[in-house]
Design a protein around this ligand. Structure first.
Ligand SMILES: [Zn+2]
Length: 473
């Protein structure tokens, strides 16, 4: 038994002075005066005691053309633990391979390596033609504990689905409770903007914001939320980046769509001006959707503060500097235009603290911070009742967060295999003092604590409750 004593417990229900007693892998009791005879004591005086972070958007060991994301499940989950995240949901599938193969590959990559718990979303690039077949496919996913999928409205050559497939997925979602996540950018509009930019000789990363403008994000969100509304289905927009995109989410909600959204720390902190830096450093900031402007960051922070925007995930998908320069095309030594620069930023280790800066700046309440990084992801992705709250019976995924600890971010001491950090030299106040994964201390003061590869377990997740909605069909 382990007693976390004297801290301020924070979750969705508020902040209160309570002790937390852990028994083995579970939270046994929470309260102001627990009988704790014989328990080992951790002094959490002056600290916040919060549920372990849940990052529902990572890409560990993802191959993209000729290069592969820098973190695998070992380094990625270790970085997560050091930054206060105790559960990740990674996207299984790299392209158009059969889903059984994708799932088997991802299980193989994670098992025996992960140091915190993990789940999978399946990337869906095709579905059986008929609705019954699509529904049956989704049931097979759910039987394997994979209760969310992702469909892409962008990347025509690798991943994009047409609207008919998207519509079938949404109807299947309603029938089965498997959640649909969408990469919402209008892929065909982007292709034509890319062609124009390249024809003009704009081949460097500075062109990226103008070929993937907020309008293509908003347009895709309008399309998918309309389809979701017609299907009476739940939909989740991943990596929402812009004020226009946010506007489309809120408008769809006003029309009755059951739509949810996440943003990522890089859209809250980093400016698109980084992509115009003259040196090779601009490559370090390539991601999709691209970084945006100050107006967008302000809108996203405000929506996160109000709860209109529910969660923050990272889209963690870093590449080494060598791989960024090398590019994704086979048989070439270096990228030839911006379409060949691998896109994706590190984030899994810095998310909890970065979002906490919003509390310090007065943009977020403590409750909104914790709900955005743990509570909402748990509720939205079928982990409710097990993770995402400090409650008896929940997994003892607990972070003791020291609001006074300071860090100057640098890739040198962070635990991702990325050799650069887009947040380098940022000064943060507030960092995890202790991370517990199912009762085991896996990180202390941001450093690994005797990590056990394979300690992390696959989380079989539950489907969304759909019965009430389905009956009205
Ligand atoms: Zn992603």
């Amino acid at each position: 038994m382990l007693l976390i004593r004297g801290g301020t417990v924070v979750d969705r229900r508020g902040a209160r002075r309570e002790d937390v007693l852990l028994d083995g892998e579970r939270i046994a009791a929470v309260g102001p005066a627990l009988d704790t005879t014989g328990a080992r004591v951790v002094d959490a005086g002056g600290a916040y005691v919060i549920p372990g972070g849940i990052d529902v958007h990572t890409h560990f060991a993802l191959p993209v053309g000729a290069v592969t994301a820098a973190d695998d499940f070992a380094s990625g989950t270790l970085a997560a633990a050091c930054g206060g995240t105790t559960c990740v949901i990674d996207f299984a599938g790299a392209g158009r391979e059969p889903w059984e193969e994708a799932l088997a590959t991802w299980h193989e990559r994670a098992a025996g390596r992960a140091v915190v718990d993990y789940g999978f979303h399946l990337t869906v690039t095709e579905l059986p033609e008929g609705q019954a077949g699509a529904n049956a496919r989704f049931r097979e996913f759910a039987e394997r504990g994979v209760t969310s999928v992702k469909l892409y409205m962008a990347y025509p050559e690798r991943l994009m689905v047409d609207d008919a497939t998207l519509a079938r997925a949404l109807v299947a979602s309603r029938a089965t409770g498997v959640r649909v996540c969408v990469h919402a950018e209008d892929g065909l509009a982007i292709e034509s903007l890319i062609a124009s930019a390249l024809a003009e000789g704009e081949i460097g990363p500075a062109a990226i914001p103008s070929v993937r403008p907020p309008s293509v994000e908003a347009a895709a969100i309008r399309r998918v939320t309309e389809l979701a509304n017609e299907a009476g289905a739940w939909a989740y927009i991943v990596h929402l980046s812009s004020a226009d995109g946010l506007g489309a989410v809120l408008a769809a909600r006003d029309e009755g769509a059951d739509v949810h959204a996440e943003t990522c720390p890089h859209y809250l902190f980093l400016d698109q001006g980084r992509l115009a830096e003259p040196s090779d450093e601009a490559l370090d900031y390539v991601c999709a959707p691209p970084l945006r402007g100050e107006h967008d960051r302000g809108a996203l922070w405000a929506a996160l503060g109000s709860g209109a925007l529910e969660s923050v995930a990272t889209d963690h998908c870093p590449f080494t500097r060598a791989d960024r320069r090398r590019g994704t095309a086979a048989g070439t030594a270096a990228w030839r235009n911006f379409t060949e620069i691998p896109g994706g930023l590190p984030g899994v280790e810095t998310r909890v603290s970065l979002v906490y800066q919003g509390v310090r700046d007065g943009r977020l309440s403590l409750e909104r911070w914790v709900d955005g990084i743990a509570g909402a992801p748990a509720r939205l992705f079928g982990l409710d009742g097990r993770k995402g709250a400090i409650q008896p019976g929940h997994d003892a995924d607990v972070v003791v967060f020291d609001p006074q600890a300071t860090r100057r971010l640098a890739a040198r001491w962070l635990h991702s295999r990325s050799d650069h950090s887009p947040y380098a030299d940022m000064e943060l106040t507030g960092w995890p003092a202790l991370t517990l994964s199912r009762g085991r201390i896996v990180a202390t003061a941001g450093e690994p604590n005797d990590p056990v590869p394979g300690w992390g377990r696959f989380m079989r997740r539950s489907p969304l409750a759909v019965a009430a909605r389905a009956q009205t069909a």
